[in-house]
Design a protein around this ligand. Sequence first.
Ligand code: GLU
Length: 290
Amino acid sequence: MRQMAVYRGRFAPSPTGALHAGSLAAALASWLDARAHDGTWLVRIEDLDPPREVAGATRQILDALAALGLSSDEPPVLQSERGDLYQRALEQLQAAGLVYGCACSRAEVAAAQQALGLPPHVYPGTCRGGTGGRPVRALRVRVPDELVGFDDRACGSFAQNLAREVGDFVVRRADGLWAYQLAVVVDDAEQRITDVVRGADLLDNTPRQIWLQRALGLPTPRYMHVPVVLSEKGEKLSKQTGAVALDTRRPLAELRRAWQHLGFDAVGADSVDAFLRQAAALWRRRWASA
Ligand code: GLU
């Protein structure tokens, strides 16, 4: 049996723009799952990438969540303030002999992929044996040629061979910034997250994260990946595909839209509070034992 009392979930937006219908669906799903388990729900701002950040987005996201009745149970943490934790994890990986410096530019990676017939996201391993004196740009971890799998609560079992399907991946970028994969693993563990509920676009990032957790001696949370909201053109809704900010003057309408997107029939509540209460009860019935 699961220990319901210790449930800790999180919503981890990147402040690259305002909260939109896609990010709200992920936020609502993780909030409902936490409530359905009588758990704690945290907001973590993943502001690791200043060049992609939009001024004011962090405030906008937190205000929009509050207007929708979704407030963090503990003060939100900012990844930009947690570099020491990521540095320590990097050193642990280095001590285990899992990290190497990579000198490849994007163009060099692309050329090697083409020459070897590899898909565009698989690092060809060029610098595994050293950079041949070329200056180090990014730091990568050496992944094994084995399957890493898990049981997703919504999507079922999912596994990847990291060496073949991903390749050695970046933990510190050429511009010195921390990579998402490392930071998310460190923070989920440090915040004692038991349950990750997020968009299905991250399903295929999860084996990398589980492998990193094992390499760092950290526990693996349970995962649940919910459907992503698509744009009219069928692309994942994001700031890049033209998602518009939510209308926080109409919180109930926005919540209803996200709720239907998560596969539920309309609920007849007339306030945000009533809506969230009913939705949490329905979510509990559908997912609490999953
Ligand atoms: N910050 C990531 C994003 O906005 C989500 C990370 C996660 O939920 O693991 O796509």
